[in-house]
Design a protein around this ligand. Sequence first.
Ligand code: FAD
Length: 415
Amino acid sequence: MTHDIIVLGAGMVGVGCALHLQARGQSVALLDRRAPGLETSYGNAGIIQREAIAPYALPREPGFLLSGAGNRRIDVRYRAADVARLLGPLWAYYRNSAPAPHARISREYETLIAHSLETHQQLMHDAGANDLVAGQGYLMLYRGERALQGAFQDADARVQSGVQHTKLTGADVAREEPALTGAFAGAVRWTDPVAIRSPGDLVQAYARLFEQRGGSVHLGDAMTLRRTEAGGWQVDTTGGATLEAKQVVVALGPWTMQLTSRFGYSAPVIPKRGYHMHYAPLPGKPLNSTVIDAEYGYVVAPMKDGLRLTTGAELARPDAPRTSGQLDAAERIARQTFPLGERVDPEPWMGTRPCMPDMKPVFGAVPDVPGMWCAFGHGHQGFTLGPITGELLAAMMAGATPRVDVGPFSPGRFG
Ligand SMILES: Cc1cc2nc3c(=O)[nH]c(=O)nc-3n(C[C@H](O)[C@H](O)[C@H](O)COP(=O)(O)OP(=O)(O)OC[C@H]3O[C@@H](n4cnc5c(N)ncnc54)[C@H](O)[C@@H]3O)c2cc1C
């Protein structure tokens, strides 16, 4: 089975790449060990974050670092053994989170985010997936007045980047979300983002579009990738077939380094795990929008399977044993605020955000490995950035000029 290009990994990023390569007339095979959209792109909070023009920085306040030391925060926890191995990348992340480098990085990041919504909207239209939109915008909720005023200032600063919002007082919040309980100073309603009621279904709808347009989707282990004598690539499917192509795109999310390091390419991925659980809605108490509890760093989103609570970050290897403390702690706080009924899922879901020390995704040609390209490291916004990443990578692979300067996202930048 010979194709022009094999894409490895069928998360939002891999599917976005496959569709855009196909749109440029390439014959593309997409391979994953599972059906499309069942890993990180399945379990996230489902927000297409047009407002996220600044990537998530590591808070540098001494108070945050001190309170994190006890490993009991709700928004960030860590596994000590893994953090010890990540000290170099974490130090770089800390330095890049200082105001000046973070401002520069944000200017680069924004060039991607600016096109994130339109690229999704085109695919949603083509895939007939608009029914997966749960709603327009989401709420960033604040209990304290000082934090709220800071958020208002930040929101005002984003207007010049074309990001819109409305400012809500505590009374406005009570009117918009009467099922919330507690005293809130107010909220920022980001009005551009789109909330999806089943992120995994959206990836699957895009993968079906790819198939309808002539692409093929295969089950198989990407780790079987090997060079052919002619300098191309081969990979085995679980069905016993062998896929062959001149070029390969590695889009394995947090697992990307497992494969590329075999061919000599490594980059410092910081794995930030997250958990989710669905809760039955309480009768007569609907949640109208997705809400981020800014103080505690978790999200509650009305979704197909119930109210989905997603946690903040746990710094731990993707394959390290799961923990329950962070979700339990977020649930305890969330129950004081949100109309959460019984747990719905038998087990919490867990996934891993692939984050880079400079907070930017990585896509382009893999240095010194001819015919190998990669797209990974999308951190907190890979669900948002999958389609625009695919568009830009496809342009690069075609030798065309991408509409965004792709230099800041180069795989070679880690030296
Ligand atoms: C709790 C949480 C909430 C989040 N909320 C949001 C949000 O609201 N908005 C947003 O934009 N982003 C959000 N994110 C981030 C986003 O989910 C990720 O950045 C994004 O899903 C990464 O996509 P990906 O395609 O790179 O990786 P994945 O979706 O993980 O895809 C990688 C694929 O590689 C496959 N694979 C791995 N190894 C192999 C192998 N050996 N052989 C074959 N296949 C293999 C996997 O099966 C998988 O399908 C959130 C993340 C978490 C954890």
